[in-house]
Design a protein around this ligand. Structure first.
Ligand code: OGA
Ligand code: NI
Length: 353
């Protein structure tokens, strides 16, 4: 499979959902017979992902306490919700409104920025590599956002008219926030300023707008298959407060309850590799419901394209490196050509123990 080919064409799920009202209207390619077998954490959850307060991280009086909370969240969860993050409300609100408007446009209008052969960007669906593959109950708009030179403007919507400017602002806010967080995380790992500058700056950012329609067979489909993110750090905005994201913890699926104004932050495979496994990239998935659509925006951050992806020297203690080192380009090719099936990709980077 040549990764440059991108995705095989599949139906538009939003249109499919609008047309299928009865349970047996849902095509079998979306139905996953084994879903019920997977244990769900008790829903009255005393388990809830940690909450980190960014304003307390920045305040010298509370920094120490909050950054040790952050360290524990990274070690024990790989996921947390970030509150009081300082991203201007109008930037987030503008993006929220414009992404809603985009997905409400007629299909023909959205298709003006449709994915094309040879590119993963644009409006369409995720990574379909075989005719047998189970399909996700979602549509998406995926765009390279940084560096500027990687932007392919023909995939950037011109409707609604403020979309491009909204995304430009949102993209730079996400980059800044990602870098602030990574700097503190790197210090928590005992790494020096030189390593932060060399390894934890955002080289590449891409942004995925996810649209999950309701489904008449909600309990039999997935909005997004189980996966871990391949990047350094991901910031997710739950656009409309509809629950759906679940993370895998101790063999159970733990639902993430949306909090207004929070970002969900998670570490990706590159962070796990950099830290030689001290911080983990956690598997997650999205479920859908019968009544309500769900929207989210995921901002993915990776190092520069010429970076070496491997355990940092300082993180390799007596027990040695747990992952191999490869250049970024081989890393991306490996990732994009493997279908989204849990952690098998990261396993291929792991040395046998
Ligand atoms: C993703 C992702 C979660 C969500 O896009 O990689 O995990 O809530 N999204 O949509
Ligand atoms: Ni993800």
């Amino acid at each position: 499979m040549d990764y440059a080919m991108g995705s095989l064409p599949v139906p538009n799920v939003q249109s499919l959902a609008a047309a299928s009202h009865a349970a047996d209207d849902v095509p079998h390619r979306y139905i996953r017979p084994d879903l019920d077998a997977q244990p769900l954490a008790a829903s009255d959850a005393t388990v809830d992902i940690p909450i980190i307060d960014f304003s307390r991280l920045r305040d010298p009086k509370s920094h120490l306490h909050e950054s040790s909370k952050l360290h524990l969240a990274c070690q024990n969860w790989g996921f947390f919700q970030l509150i009081n993050h300082n991203v201007p409300t109008q930037v987030v609100e503008r993006m929220r409104i414009d992404v809603n408007r985009f997905f409400q446009l007629p299909l023909a209008e959205k298709r003006k920025v449709a994915q094309a052969a040879g590119d993963l960007q644009g409006y369409g669906q995720l990574f379909v590599v075989s005719e047998e593959q189970k399909l996700d109950w979602s549509d998406l708009l995926y765009l390279n956002t940084l560096p500027d030179t990687e932007r392919t403007m023909r995939f950037w919507p011109t409707q609604p008219p403020s979309f491009r400017a909204a995304l430009d602002n949102y993209s730079s806010e996400m980059k800044n926030l990602a870098e602030c967080l990574m700097e503190i995380m790197a210090k928590n790992l005992g790494l020096g300023t030189d390593v932060v500058t060399e390894k934890f700056k955002v080289g590449i950012q891409s942004i995925r707008f996810n649209y999950y329609p309701p489904c008449a067979q909600a309990h039999k489909v997935l909005g997004l298959s189980q996966h871990s993110d391949s990047d350094l750090i991901t910031l997710v905005l739950q656009v409309n407060q509809v629950q759906g994201l679940q993370i895998k913890r101790r063999g159970e699926w733990v639902p993430v309850r949306p909090r207004h104004g929070a970002f969900i932050v998670n570490l990706g495979d590159i962070f796990e590799i950099y830290s030689n496994g001290r911080y983990k990239s956690i598997e997650h998935r999205v479920v859908v419901n019968t009544e309500t659509e769900r929207l989210s925006i995921a901002a993915f951050h990776s190092p520069k394209s010429d970076a070496v992806i491997g355990p940092l020297e300082e993180m390799v203690g007596g027990s040695g490196a747990k992952y191999r080192s490869v250049d970024h380009e081989s890393f991306s090719k490996l990732f994009f050509s493997s279908k989204l099936d849990g952690k098998s990709f990261l396993d291929s980077m792991r040395y046998e123990s």
